[in-house]
Design a protein around this ligand. Sequence first.
Ligand SMILES: [Fe+2]
Ligand SMILES: [Fe+2]
Length: 303
Amino acid sequence: MPQTTKSIAVAPVGRKEILSQLARCPSLPSLGSINKALQGLLIVEQRYTAHIAEIIRRDPSLTSRLLRLVNSVYYGLNTPVNSIEEAVFYLGVRQIRQLAMVTPVIEDFQRLTRQCDFPWREFWQHCIGVAILTREVTTSINAQSDDADYVAGLVHDVGKIVMAWTFPDHFTEIHRQGVANPRNLVEVENEVLGIDHAELGALYLERHHLPELMVHSARYHHQPERAAQFPQTIAAVQIADLLLRSEKMGFSGDHREVTRDECFAASGWKILLPDSHESEHNIARASLTRTLEQMPQLLEGLV
Ligand SMILES: [Fe+2]
Ligand SMILES: [Fe+2]
């Protein structure tokens, strides 16, 4: 939680000022390389898988994150896992590939956020948790899911990082107000700064020519019904975000409490299961509940 208790005198900022500050915000090189890697992966998935241990070994930061993850998820193992091959065996290729994508993004994000007092570690857990759950929500309704869903989840709240970098005083004041009087974060952001994290994140990703899926995920993750493109993925991001918040896993930056019922009444379900019966909802609910049970250990290992 932010330590600041005194309010900061800040006034909302006009569109021109927002765009000029946004132009100064550094790019996140990892997002561009993820995009390239994703395109490459679709074509050479098999070959990539075969070389995975070799690729990981070249990246010390990824190697240590990977070993930390495997040892925390499988903490019951008699002997700790020390080799990449063993880690790949335990975690499976899909999770390793996701970890490989998330590591440079989180490191880039961390560089942007040093100046604001905020529980960033819990926030990274929120981003990664939403990435993982976005895929799980999609598979819980028997739809196909791929790494693009994971990335859409990972970057959905990038606007908060951009806000902390471009308007640190507004960001701090927004979170001071959130602690004092928890209410809808998007409303508070619009009142205090004149723009919310969803729109700011989308403008930022657009500026850096990132894929439309990322841009739309950032812009519409709180209102997937407004998304003209990729509505299913964005609906899954909305639900994943609400589920993690209702379970209080990680910290999204929004102090308002979310109930389980609110998660299952979210507008995203109407997009994912338009003419469904109660039973389909119950199946999806049961499979998501199982994933959520394992989530705290997974998140501890990742960040
Ligand atoms: Fe958000
Ligand atoms: Fe979020």
